[in-house]
Design a protein around this ligand. Structure first.
Ligand SMILES: Cc1cc2nc3c(=O)[nH]c(=O)nc-3n(C[C@H](O)[C@H](O)[C@H](O)COP(=O)(O)O)c2cc1C
Length: 363
């Protein structure tokens, strides 16, 4: 097995995020909005693979956000999705995003190992605790106050399935399991690469123990550095070191004016205001996933890309922002687009060479 792409040679890694869901990361009514139909997603993933992107990361969603579009209601389940993508790609890392409370760890261990075999060691797991009570209610469960305490047990069950030779009993607070086993073991040892997107302290302490990379948002790049210091400090207590990725939405055009005019159109004039209200209200009440300033100052970023960082402008501007991210210590970023398939070729042909010139991409 070769090394997982997230450990590849590029100093600044790139992933495509949320292409499995209607709207991608946007909440907009423009007609070219991403519909996440399978043939388009498959083409996109192959395109990203050929362009040298390190990973393809789906979002885990069970319910739409209402409004005019009910964005995200249509979203593909991420283990089965990953297996299909693994079979049609060559190099790119294929992640699944899994809600701990909804998916049992014995099932998750087997599903993830399956993807790892189909992809020959390119699987990855993004472990999320969930934040939307409307989604929990569909499963008849309540959001646990100690979501990440459950996540630690969940992670331990999977680790033991992969690591132990004999069946074991597990007597935890959240899981009481008898005679647990599961084969195959994954191709990656001791387990596939893990991501986690926690923001608050309990989640970050979980990430410090169970994740290889933290995904984090920030309101501006310089403030992002504080998040990296924070996670490094937490990881050190467990004798570990994590990489940190951030997450961004992209409008890349030949001129700055053109990019900004399009951003204004899809994320303000033609934003899906009902869906934006629902998303921001639920996030603010239940997720704590962003700096307070992001909610206060940047409503546009929620329609534009679910509160992620905006990379809006010319190829030079966007490459420059990525250089700043790299300098702040980020291992890379995810990107998303209004129309992934229509916009990725321009990004790949114009931005990637600039990143190469700057030494951020070498492969
Ligand atoms: C890049 C990224 C991806 C995320 N993906 C999901 C997801 O697919 N499903 C989900 O319910 N939450 C997702 N989240 C939200 C986080 O899992 C988490 O709930 C949020 O960051 C709040 O952090 P906390 O759990 O520490 O409060 C994502 C967050 C980020 C930054």
């Amino acid at each position: 097995m070769s090394v997982h792409p997230v450990y590849g040679p590029n100093p600044f890694k790139l992933g495509i995020f949320s292409a499995n869901a209607d709207g991608g990361l946007t909440l907009t009514t423009v007609p070219e909005r991403w519909q996440a139909r399978w043939n388009d997603v498959a083409r996109l993933c192959r395109m990203a693979d050929e362009a040298g992107f390190e990973f393809f990361l789906p979002i885990a969603r069970w319910k739409g956000f209402g409004g005019a579009t009910n964005s995200r209601e249509h979203s593909f389940e991420t283990f089965t999705f990953a297996s299909a993508l693994a079979a049609i790609t060559e190099r790119i890392g294929i992640f699944s995003t899994i809600h701990v409370p909804m998916i049992h760890p014995v099932y998750a261990a087997k599903a993830l190992a399956t993807v790892d075999h189909v992809s020959n060691g390119r699987a990855g797991l993004n472990i999320v605790a969930g934040w939307n009570p409307d989604e929990f209610a569909m499963f008849g469960i309540h959001a646990e106050a100690e979501r990440y305490a459950q996540a630690l047990e969940w992670y331990e069950v999977i680790s033991r399935i992969y690591g132990e030779d004999a069946p074991f009993d597990f007597a935890g607070k959240y899981y009481q399991l008898r005679n647990v086993s599961g084969r195959p073991q994954p191709v990656q040892r001791p387990r596939p690469v893990t991501f986690n997107a926690a923001f608050g302290p309990p989640g970050r302490d979980f990430a410090a123990q169970a994740s290889d990379f933290l995904l984090t948002t920030f309101s501006d790049i310089d403030a992002g550095k504080a998040h990296i210091d924070d996670i490094n400090e937490r990881a050190r207590k467990f004798g570990r070191k994590l990489g940190v990725f951030t997450t961004a939405h992209v409008v890349c055009r030949p001129s700055q004016d053109e990019a900004e005019a399009y951003y204004e159109r899809y994320a303000v004039t033609e934003a899906d205001k009902g869906a934006v209200d629902y998303h921001m209200t639920q996030k603010q009440k239940f997720a704590g996933s962003h700096d307070e300033a992001t909610f206060r100052l940047h409503a546009k970023r929620f329609a534009g890309g679910a509160g992620t960082y905006p990379l809006i402008g010319t190829p030079q501007k966007i490459a420059g922002e990525m250089m700043r991210m790299h300098k702040a210590g980020f291992a890379g970023t995810t990107v998303s687009f209004v129309d992934y398939l229509g916009e990725l070729p321009y990004f790949a042909s114009e931005v990637l060479p600039l990143l190469r010139d700057a030494g951020l991409r070498v492969a």
